[in-house]
Design a protein around this ligand. Structure first.
Ligand code: ZN
Ligand code: ZN
Length: 354
């Protein structure tokens, strides 16, 4: 085992700082992971890379970046009950106290303990390094049929989407509108396909993203965002609008489109973080008997079920990764993700870099 490793930090001025730090040793109930794939999230860009915006749960504490890691255990500390060296694992990206009501439901994302709630890559060291310490309770087994790059996107990306889609329900009766075709929007298209959605319509402004959605077959139709979107969606759905809409954009106008382009009795879920929305409750929602859901990340148990479904469906989240970088090129990876001209961007090591 080597003594030192390379790790990436985000000073908050749209740069990446590489440092050499000691390889940590796992404590009680912890494991040391060899990171194989670590993907970049929109929230990393929004809240950390450009500037340190977050407070509370989103406050970046100057730790090693990266909250979407996946790797192989190289050493297990004392007291581990299930996982051991050699196991391939996904990390649920927020480590909670484990004993509050939210943690007991599996939603460590909303752990109420100020002292113990620490997200990887925000308040405790994350995956943009050669190695990382994780708590055993935060681990999900990665099946052999999935790659590490698949696994890196299960917690924050595909997990967040699966949770939202389970809330609104998706099946063959449904036309689905996706506003925002970044990685979360692309994941929505991929999961809606497997859940049997009848028609999938996407909206975005970035040409590269619109093209990826069509090239990967994740949307049946893609619209450039604009004031005619509601009319266009109705034209694509026999004049009715969609039964389900998923906002992955966090954009005011796009959220209003998601609500207005949904037909009577339809469901809408908001996944995109930040921003605002303006709509007229009576005509846009109340009179049409619509329901709007909010959904924040997912739970450890639903992540386990998602992993099982991914294998059953032969669905590989890594398909939406358009660019892979070695760790020493992490700065290029963040800059590309910040440009938006890409699908998912991953920093990889070992077999995942080939
Ligand atoms: Zn994320
Ligand atoms: Zn808790």
């Amino acid at each position: 085992m080597k003594d030192n490793m390379t790790a990436a930090y985000l000073p908050g001025n749209s740069t990446v700082e590489m440092r050499t730090v000691p390889v940590p040793a796992p404590g009680h109930g912890e494991v040391l992971l060899r990171i194989k794939a670590s993907t970049i999230c929109g929230s990393d860009i929004r809240c950390i890379y450009h500037e340190h915006l977050g407070k509370g749960p989103e406050g970046y504490q100057g730790v090693i970046a990266g909250h979407e890691p996946c790797g192989q255990i190289v050493a297990a500390g004392e007291g581990c009950r299930r996982f051991k060296a050699g196991d391939r694992v996904i990390v649920y990206h927020i480590s909670g106290c484990g004993v509050c009501n939210d943690c007991r439901r599996g939603y460590m994302i909303s752990c109420t303990s100020e002292k113990y709630r620490r997200a990887y890559g925000w308040q405790r060291d994350g995956g943009m390094a050669e190695f990382m310490i994780a708590e055993e309770k935060d681990l999900i087994a990665l099946p052999d049929a999935l790659s590490y790059a698949d696994g890196a996107q299960v917690a924050c990306g595909f997990g967040t989407v699966f949770e939202g889609l389970e809330k609104i329900g998706i099946d063959g009766n449904h036309a689905v509108l996706i506003t925002g075709l970044g990685p979360v929007g692309l994941a929505t298209g991929a999961l809606c396909r497997k859940l049997g959605a009848n028609k999938i319509i996407g909206i975005d402004v970035v040409a590269e993203r619109m093209k990826i959605a069509l090239d990967l077959g994740l949307c049946d139709a893609v619209l450039k965002s604009g004031p005619d979107n509601v009319t266009q969606v109705k034209e694509l759905t026999g004049g009715f609008g969609v039964e389900r809409a998923v906002d992955c954009s966090a954009n005011n106008a796009a959220r209003a489109t998601a609500i207005r382009a949904t037909r009577k009795w339809g469901n809408i879920v908001f996944l995109g973080e930040g921003g605002t929305v303006e709509f007229n409750p009576s005509p846009d929602m109340i009179h049409d008997q619509k329901t709007i859901y909010g959904s924040w990340v997912t739970s450890t148990w639903l992540m386990e079920e998602l992993v099982e479904r991914l294998v059953r469906w032969n669905l590989h989240p890594a398909d939406i990764i358009t660019h892979r970088f070695a760790l020493d090129r992490a700065a290029d990876a963040y800059a590309l993700m910040a440009s938006g001209k890409c699908g998912k961007v991953a920093v990889c090591q070992d077999e995942e870099l080939k």
